[in-house]
Write a protein that binds this ligand. Structure first.
Ligand code: NAP
Ligand code: ZN
Length: 354
C-alpha cells in the first residue's frame, strides 16, 4: 500500500456510555502524515484500564471509547518521511501515541510524563495536531507517529507480545527505577495482568519474589510464575511474620484500598510503589513513614525503556500467560477480569473482526 492522504476506514469495538458495554463500531483513521505509520493490528491485550475507561470509573471518558493500548501488528503503509519502520515490520504501540518531544521529561526519555499537556493517550486522548479523538487497539488498524511505534523482537510471538506494551512496561519500569536485582526482596500485590508480569520480570532480574494476594486459589500458580513465596493478605499472622522484610512492594491493586498493611512489610528505606489504584487513598497514620519508608507511584514507561523491556523479554524468554479470545467475547472478558477470573491476561485475536 502506498503513502496516502486519504483516510482509512476502520472497524472496531466501542463503548458509547458507561453502561453500554462494547459493541461493533465503524470509524476512520486519518490519512498518513509524513511521519505516520499505518498498522494492521493482529492482537490487542485487555488491560484493567480499558474497563475503567469504558465504564468511566475515572470520570474523564469521552464517548465513544475504543479501548486497547496493548497493540501489536504489521506495518501496512508508511508516510514519506518515515525512517524507522518499513512495510511488513512487526511492530507495537503501548499507552501513548504522542507527546511534545521537547520538554525536560520528553528529553529524558520520559514521554509518559510530558510537561506540555501530558502524553497523548492511545485512546480517550486528543490528537495534538488536529484535535481529533484517539481510538485504541480494539480495531483492525491504527495510524501512529513513527517514534511511538516499537519493534517486536524476532523471538516474541505476536499474541504474547501484546500484554508487554502495558502490563509489561508498567511493572518493568519501577523494577528498574528502584534497581531490583539479585538479592532484592520484592513483593507483588495483586496477581492479575500487571502482577503476574511483575513476578516474572522481577524473578528474571534475579530478585527473591513474593506474591501478595487475597486469592488462595492462586497459591500454586505463584511458584509456576517464578515466585519464591506466596502470602495470603487475609492471613494476619502470616502478614505480621513478614514485617520489615521487603525492599520493594509493587502494588497493582486496581481499587481504593488501605496501603498500610503493605507499608508494614517494608524495611527502612523500603519503597511501596502504587501502579494500580488511581483514587483517593483511605486515611493513613503518617507515623508509619517515620521508619523512613517511601510511598510512591509510577506510570507506564518511556519509549526507550519500553523497547528495552521488549528486548529483555525476548532475551530472557519472559512471556505473559494469556487467554486468547475473539473480540465478540470482550464484554464477558471484562466481567471475568473484574472477578479476577483470568489467568492472567486476555488477548483479542483481531482476525475475529472478520
Ligand atoms: P487485573 O488483571 O484485574 O489484576 C488486578 C489484581 O488485583 C487482581 O487479579 C486481584 O489479585 C487484585 N484485586 C482486584 N480487586 C481487588 C480488590 N478489590 N482488593 C484487593 N485486590 C484486588 O488488573 P491489571 O490489568 O493488572 O491492572 C491493575 C491496575 O493497574 C488497574 O487499576 C489499571 O488501571 C492500572 N494500570 C496502571 C498503569 C500505570 O501506568 N500505573 C498501567 C496499566 C494499568 P488477587 O486475586 O491476587 O488479589
Ligand atoms: Zn494498561
Amino acid at each position: 500500500m502506498a503513502t496516502s492522504t486519504n483516510e482509512y476506514p476502520a472497524k472496531g469495538y466501542a463503548a458509547t456510555s458507561p453502561d453500554s458495554g462494547l459493541a461493533p463500531f465503524s470509524f476512520t483513521r486519518r490519512g498518513l502524515r509524513h511521519d505516520d505509520v499505518l498498522i494492521d493490528i493482529s492482537h490487542c491485550g485487555i488491560c484493567h484500564s480499558d474497563l475503567h475507561s469504558a465504564r468511566n470509573d475515572w470520570g474523564r471518558s469521552t464517548y465513544p471509547v475504543v479501548p486497547g493500548h496493548e497493540i501489536v501488528g504489521t506495518v501496512a503503509a508508511v508516510g514519506e518521511g518515515v525512517t524507522r519502520h518499513q512495510i511488513g515490520d512487526r511492530v507495537a504501540i503501548g499507552c501513548m501515541v504522542d507527546s511534545c518531544m521537547e520538554c525536560r521529561h520528553c528529553d529524558a526519555d520520559l514521554e509518559q510524563y510530558c510537561q506540555n499537556g501530558g502524553m497523548t493517550g492511545t485512546y480517550n486522548g486528543t490528537d495534538r495536531r488536529d484535535g481529533s479523538p484517539t481510538y485504541g487497539g480494539y480495531s483492525d488498524r491504527i495510524v501512529c507517529r513513527e517514534e511511538f511505534v516499537l519493534k517486536v523482537p524476532a523471538g516474541l510471538p505476536m499474541a504474547e507480545a501484546a500484554p508487554l506494551l502495558c502490563a509489561g512496561i508498567t511493572t518493568y519500569s519501577p523494577l528498574r527505577t528502584w534497581k531490583v536485582g539479585p538479592g532484592s526482596k520484592v513483593a507483588v500485590a495483586g496477581l492479575g495482568g500487571l502482577g503476574h508480569m511483575g513476578v516474572k520480570l522481577a524473578a528474571a532480574m534475579g530478585a527473591e519474589v513474593t506474591v501478595l494476594s487475597r486469592s488462595e486459589s492462586k497459591r500454586a500458580d505463584a511458584e509456576k510464575l517464578g515466585a519464591h513465596a506466596f502470602l495470603n493478605t487475609t492471613d494476619r499472622v502470616a502478614m505480621k511474620a513478614k514485617t520489615g522484610y521487603f525492599d520493594l512492594v509493587l502494588n497493582t491493586i486496581p481499587v481504593r484500598h488501605d496501603v498500610t498493611p503493605y507499608l508494614h512489610l517494608l524495611r527502612i528505606d523500603g519503597v511501596q510503589v502504587l501502579v494500580g489504584v488511581i483514587d483517593m487513598l483511605p486515611e493513613m497514620h503518617s507515623g508509619l513513614l517515620l521508619g523512613r519508608k517511601v510511598l510512591t507511584g509510577s506510570g507506564i514507561g518511556g519509549l526507550a525503556q519500553t523497547q528495552e523491556m521488549l528486548d529483555f523479554c525476548a532475551e530472557h524468554g519472559v512471556l505473559p500467560e494469556i487467554e486468547t479470545i475473539p473480540i465478540q467475547d470482550v464484554n464477558h472478558a471484562y466481567d471475568r477480569m473484574e472477578a479476577s477470573d483470568v489467568k492472567y491476561r486476555f488477548v483479542i485475536d483481531m482476525a475475529s473482526l472478520g
